[in-house]
Write a protein that binds this ligand. Structure first.
Ligand SMILES: Nc1ncnc2c1ncn2[C@@H]1O[C@H](COP(=O)(O)OP(=O)(O)OP(=O)(O)O)[C@@H](O)[C@H]1O
Length: 252
């Protein structure tokens, strides 16, 4: 289980040409994600989704608050946590002069997955994500969707317990998206914990057990998609979101 307790992240931004000001990218965020659950982190551009996931992945340190993974914290158990998480970020650069196979082998080396276990794991991942056809091609020659599959594949070679997925299906066609969504659902049924940020409200409604809706760094609602729809009197999450924020507004 991942527990996020009163997490805040403050950054400095330029107020004008001369002055800087502090602002909260995430403000007092608390939620829990249990084993066998997919939790959607939803919100518009700039809502604070990536910042939140980067803190949960141990890349950014919260200004305030605490994050625990089955009781472990980054302060005491950083290596143990990092051995158990998969973090997929929207802008990860991968070694594109390697082939998919070479990259997966390198990731296996990093996580200490070797011998028969490595062969089995690469084979499983290749089948699940449908990568057989381009396994030995250079990553620089792959399409956007194929590259995104490689990106997901490289963070799961160690059979992680917690998935932190930022825009996993961004830019993918419906077939590639569905392969990734099916994989995520499969991992949920194996008891894994999945945090899943997306702009696609319909997708979230489809796969998430619960969603956290963020706007301007704050949780504006959370619950099952059905609870949020009932709460706002809407028939879909997209309309619920607009109902909660009172229409379309400028970023602040
Ligand atoms: N390192 C940083 N320094 C200063 N400001 C930052 C930094 N990282 C993010 N921000 C700001 O924090 C706010 C939240 O950004 P974040 O990337 O978390 O939003 P997001 O919900 O993931 O947006 P998107 O959907 O556009 O990716 C934005 O206003 C962004 O400009």
């Amino acid at each position: 289980m991942i527990i996020v307790k009163h997490v805040t992240k403050k950054f400095l931004r330029n107020k004008n040409k001369k002055e800087q000001e502090e602002f909260c990218a995430d403000k007092d965020i608390s939620f829990e994600a249990g084993n066998g659950e997919i939790i959607g982190i939803l919100g518009p551009n700039g809502a604070g989704k990536t910042t939140l996931l980067r803190m949960i992945a141990g890349i950014l340190e919260p200004t305030e608050g605490e994050i625990t993974f089955d009781g472990m914290t980054y302060a005491d158990d950083e290596i143990k946590i990092k051995q158990r998480i998969a973090y997929l970020s929207g802008n990860t650069k991968i070694y594109d002069t390697l082939s998919t196979y070479e990259l997966l082998k390198m990731c296996c080396d990093i996580y200490g997955v070797d011998g028969d276990e490595m062969t089995k794991r690469i084979d499983e991942i290749t089948n699940i994500l449908g990568m057989r056809q381009f396994l030995y091609n250079k990553i620089s020659n792959l399409s956007t969707g194929q590259t995104q599959k490689v990106n997901l594949a490289r963070c799961m070679v160690h059979d992680p317990e917690y998935y932190i997925l930022d825009e996993a299906t961004s830019g993918l066609d419906i077939i590639s998206s569905q392969i990734i969504l099916n994989f995520i659902k499969g991992e949920r049924s194996r008891g894994k914990t999945v945090l899943y940020s997306t702009h696609y409200m319909e997708e979230a409604e489809n796969i998430c057990d619960r969603v956290i809706m963020l706007n301007k760094g704050e949780i504006i609602n959370s619950g099952t998609p059905d609870e949020i729809k009932a709460d706002t009197g809407m028939t879909n999450l997209r309309d619920s979101f607009f109902a909660m924020i009172g229409g379309v507004a400028d970023e602040e």
